[in-house]
Write a protein that binds this ligand. Structure first.
Ligand code: HEM
Length: 279
């Protein structure tokens, strides 16, 4: 136990650290992450409730409540691939954020290793099955939009390789960076959903696309932005984190507050319009 003077000193330095540029950056990063985590848990709960519940009841028609090619009579292979895709989607949405929680990594390293292996396998399967669904069916919306999401799937596969190889070579900080890139890419379809609902909310309706055909420039931009924007913000974060100066950290912290507001609005919109109706 430290002397009262030491405790007082420690208390002041903790307070100072919390309000230093570095502390501000850490706090705002955590707030964004917790917000995103809550949104991903809601998305995963929706997947389990809608698709898991329907499978449990043997109600295959319910698979078409949202998806245009969920269940198709007589198409065994296509149905099996969609089933695997959705099952894996549920696992990846929960497993991904858990890998990023420092306390879990620190106190339960075995969990991080086991969940990490499952996560990488599931990331590969989700992407491969997603790309196969695109090849086997006419996509909803334009082919360009489907190709952009397929490219997101290719990025997930490439990033998974780097996460694994860096972990194998014990390159800790590179492994961390690739892990974060993988999380952003694997969250692409989730970003698409919250991005679309944010867009609908701020415009009070569909603008820049046709809600019937699901085509239009707004959706093409969103399909590209679902992985480009999160990855760009992440690369910016790596630079800011490394910088020895306070100003970029304070600036990025302000940006994170804005991003958290946008993320929270998108999660609210997606929960109310896409996910909660199936609960
Ligand atoms: C890795 C994270 C992914 C997750 C969590 C995920 C999740 C989902 C979910 C939940 C659905 C059902 C629609 C809904 O209820 O919202 C779905 C459908 C679909 N996913 Fe993914 N997905 C992922 C990656 C991909 C990738 C990389 C592709 C690549 C092309 C893809 C292609 C599709 C397609 C085409 C459908 C619609 C199936 C249809 O036509 O009916 N997904 N996905």
């Amino acid at each position: 136990m430290g002397s009262p003077i030491q405790i007082k000193k420690h208390g002041i330095s903790t307070l100072f650290n919390r309000y230093s540029a570095e502390g501000l950056l850490k706090l705002n990063t955590e707030i964004w992450f917790v917000t995103a985590f809550i949104g991903q848990v809601i998305f995963a709960a929706y997947i389990i409730k809608l698709y898991g519940g329907a499978s449990f009841r043997g109600d295959w028609e319910a698979w078409n409540s949202f998806m245009p090619h969920g269940y198709q009579e007589g198409r065994l292979w296509s149905n099996a691939i969609v089933f695997l895709h959705i099952f894996m989607a549920g696992v990846i949405t929960i497993g991904g954020p858990l890998q990023l929680i420092p306390a879990l990594r620190k106190h339960f390293p075995a969990f991080h290793r086991i969940n990490g292996r499952i996560y990488l396998g599931v990331a590969l399967l989700t992407s491969i099955t997603g790309i196969l669904i695109n090849l086997l069916n006419k996509p909803l919306g334009s082919q360009l939009n489907a190709n952009l999401t397929a490219f997101n799937g290719v990025l997930i596969i490439v990033f998974s390789y780097f996460v694994y190889s860096r972990a194998k070579s014990s390159m800790v900080s590179s492994h961390r960076r690739w892990g974060l890139r993988l999380f952003m890419a694997a969250s692409g379809v989730w970003f698409f959903r919250i991005g679309l609902m944010f867009w609908l909310l701020v415009n009070s309706g569909p603008v820049g696309f046709d809600p019937e055909t699901f085509e239009g420039p707004a959706l093409t931009i969103l399909n590209a932005a679902q992985f480009i924007l999160p990855l760009a913000f992440l690369e910016m974060y790596f630079r800011v984190e490394k910088s020895g100066r306070d100003l970029p950290k304070v600036f990025y912290s302000m940006l994170l507050i804005l991003l958290t507001l946008v993320t929270a609005t998108g999660i609210f919109g997606a929960s109310m319009m896409l996910w909660f109706p199936y609960f």
